[in-house]
Design a protein around this ligand. Structure first.
Ligand code: SAM
Length: 281
């Protein structure tokens, strides 16, 4: 019988956050695949876990996944851990899970610490709908494309960032999303110097101009305020005459009746009001 791959979340700063089930699963596994075996040794020592370890990191993730799949097929139960947090979230776990599914190997994911969720819940921003972007792409063009999408994002946005890129990222976000946009800069979560700074992007840029970023960061940014945007649009529409407004739609090949409906919707008035206004001009 094939083995099972267990995704085991580990603490993102506070050792007390490991679950009993994760400790038990790690102790019972035949093999632990870890992002950095030296780093994970501290965790193993802290919880008295004595199971062989092998490395599974970003640089060998596809090649090594084949080796791990072979072992799973032979019946080896493997627990996957990363440096911190939930395997598969902005770390190499994703590739291995995909390959297991393709090979018909069982995978189970244990719940546990994840910096994205800790930051989101602490941010004080809307948690009802959110999107997780992980790290912004390193490639300049790809990064610009992602930021372009974020400009129109209504949901709360969660980003991971390394301290040495923080200033540049905040500046780029301010330039594109506007200085008034709210952000919660979440730092050193679950650790002694945990801190959540609720600022505007303008304030965040100016704070980090004077203070060197230190530690680990998650950025939680408010999405576009849909209601305010509609108000803004209404204001802009009202700057146009009714004929100019109609022309936006008729120029797109939309017939006058449908165009009137759209104009009414944009301005938050009835179709008959649009009709009257057009007759009156
Ligand atoms: N798999 C992990 C998880 O579940 O959160 C994330 C791994 S990713 C390689 C590492 C990034 O997560 C860091 O650069 C930082 O943005 C964020 N992070 C991890 N631990 C953190 C902490 N204690 N406080 C703030 N951010 C943290």
């Amino acid at each position: 019988m094939a083995g099972i791959l267990y995704l085991c979340p580990t603490p993102i700063g506070n050792l007390g956050d490991i679950s009993e089930r994760v400790i038990e699963t790690l102790k019972e596994a035949d093999l632990i695949a870890a992002e950095d075996t030296r780093n994970s040794m501290k965790l193993m020592n802290a919880f008295d876990i004595h199971v062989p370890m092998t490395s599974y990191h970003e640089y060998n993730k596809t090649q090594k996944a084949y080796t791990l799949i072979d072992k799973l097929k032979e019946g080896t139960n493997i627990a996957l851990i990363t440096d911190a947090g939930t395997p598969g979230i902005s770390d190499p776990g994703e590739v291995l899970v995909k390959m297991c599914h393709e090979e018909g190997i069982g995978v189970t994911s244990l719940p546990g610490p994840c910096a994205c969720i800790v930051a989101l819940t602490l941010s004080g921003l809307s948690t009802r709908r959110f999107c997780f972007e992980g790290f912004l792409p390193a490639d300049k063009k790809e990064k610009e494309e992602v930021i372009e999408d974020l400009k129109r994002e209504y949901r709360t946005i969660v980003l991971y960032e390394a301290p040495h890129h923080l200033k540049a990222t905040l500046e780029e976000l301010r330039r594109n999303l506007g200085g008034e946009r709210k952000i919660a800069v979440c730092r050193e979560l679950t650790k002694k110097f945990e801190e959540v700074s609720r600022l505007t992007l303008e304030e965040a840029v100016s704070f980090y101009d004077k203070n060197e970023p230190r530690g680990e960061y998650v950025l939680v940014i408010e999405g576009i305020d849909r209601k305010a945007e509609k108000e803004e649009q209404k204001k802009n529409w009202e700057e146009l005459s009714f004929e100019e407004h109609m022309k936006i739609y008729t120029d797109r090949g939309i017939d006058r009746k449908e165009a009137m409906k759209s104009v009414a919707k944009d301005r938050g008035i009835s179709k008959s009001d649009v009709y009257k206004a057009l007759l009156e001009k």
